[in-house]
Every structure is written in C-alpha cells, then in structure tokens.
Design a protein around this ligand. Structure first.
Ligand SMILES: [Zn+2]
Length: 98
C-alpha cells in the first residue's frame, strides 16, 4: 500500500516558507508535546533549512531525548501558548562527543 503523504511534504517544507507559523513537536520518548516558533528556529537554522533539517537538532527539555514523534505545522493564528518544551542545539553533536 502506497502512502504518499502529507508527512513527506511536511518534513520537506522550507522553514522560511512558514516563518510566521508554529511547529508542534511531540516527543516520542515521553509523549510531551510543545510548540516552537518557526521564526525562532530560523535564527539558528540555515536560511534554506527544511523542517526535517532542524528536527535532529531538537532535544526534549522534559526527558532530554531526541526522539521526535509527530510534527504538526500550526497556522499563524494559533498563538504561542506552549513554548519552551524543546530547545535547539546550537550545533550538531558529534558522534564521539560524550
Ligand atoms: Zn521527552
């Protein structure tokens, strides 16, 4: 069964194309979800970064895991009530860095 999906489209969406939107990101490890402002992500991401490019850099503030579950692009009028659940790493963590 083919699942040609919203999901692949969503993860390929350029951040700058949704700069006024929010991203709802759920942690697969603990189920905690929180909203990120795309404008904040753009400050630390590459100008042409897509949604999927920043997901590996996110770390759940609640459980410190980096298991991204569901991601939802929120429309700009939703408001930003739930910020602070994720933090953006300033740089990629090296595999041998522990
Ligand atoms: Zn978590």
């Amino acid at each position: 069964m083919q699942r040609e999906t919203d999901t692949s489209r969503k993860y390929g969406t350029l951040l700058r194309a949704i700069s006024t939107h929010g991203l709802w990101v759920e942690c697969r490890a603990c189920g905690h979800g929180a909203e990120l402002r795309v404008s904040d992500l753009l400050e630390v991401a590459a100008p042409d970064a897509a949604v999927r490019d920043i997901l590996p850099r996110l770390e759940c503030k609640k459980c410190r895991e980096k298991e991204i579950g569901d991601v939802v692009i929120l429309s700009p009028d939703v408001g930003n009530k739930h910020q602070g659940g994720w933090q953006m790493n300033e740089r990629e963590r090296q595999p041998d860095e522990q």
